[in-house]
Design a protein around this ligand. Structure first.
Ligand SMILES: [Fe+2]
Length: 200
């Protein structure tokens, strides 16, 4: 944890609200839906924060995901000096968590959106045995799989989610004072619909 600050709200509310995407919702709406699902299911603050920020890497990197370089890594690199290590780990590993679920559960692949299925292949497809066992030995495996499930559900164009300000205390405890002046994205519930190139 660092004493420096990072004004992450404008990134989430600005680029996150305006980014073109292949999904049915904007990146911001997706993040808010994911965090709301985590809260609904009683997750603790660290897991809720990871759910909210899991795709932030898409907002700072314009490149396509590959097995060795993907948005989970980019996001964790941005966040690592501001958030608890568990949060950064969850953000980094939510990509491999999808590959894990696709490897152990053939039916899971069928539940993915078309964009998410394409990105799964770009991210490396099924895991080999060594990678599978490595993730199974991780202490936060269950939490990262929960985030993965919320991630998949958090693409509802009709859902209304609490705004960013609902996470004010949590965000400012990690990132310091934030710019909250973008009213639509930070103070009002956010509906999911957005003519959407991002995918988890
Ligand atoms: Fe996501």
């Amino acid at each position: 944890m660092s004493t420096r600050s990072l004004d992450i709200v404008p990134l989430l509310a600005g680029r996150g609200g305006a980014n073109a995407s292949g999904e049915a919702v904007s990146p911001l709406a997706h993040a808010l839906q994911c965090a709301a699902l985590a809260r609904r299911d009683g997750a603790g603050d660290e897991v809720v924060l990871a759910a909210l920020l899991h795709d932030v890497g898409h907002l700072i990197g314009g490149a396509e995901d590959t097995p060795r370089s993907h948005h989970g890594m980019w996001g964790a690199r941005l966040l690592r000096s501001f958030v608890p290590p568990r949060v950064a780990w969850l953000v980094e590993h939510h990509v491999v968590a999808k590959r894990y679920l696709c490897t152990v559960d053939a039916a899971y692949v069928e539940t993915l959106s078309a964009v998410s299925r394409r990105s799964w292949l770009a991210q490396g497809g099924r895991l080999d045995r060594a990678a599978l066992e490595e993730l199974e030995g991780a202490p936060n495996l269950l939490d990262v799989l929960r985030i993965r499930r919320w991630d998949d559900l958090a693409k509802d164009p009709h859902a209304m989610a609490p705004p960013l300000e609902a996470y004010r205390e949590l965000l400012e405890s990690c990132f310091g004072p934030q710019s909250w002046e973008r009213p639509l994205a930070v103070r009002s519930p956010v509906r999911g619909a957005f003519p959407a190139t991002w995918s988890s």
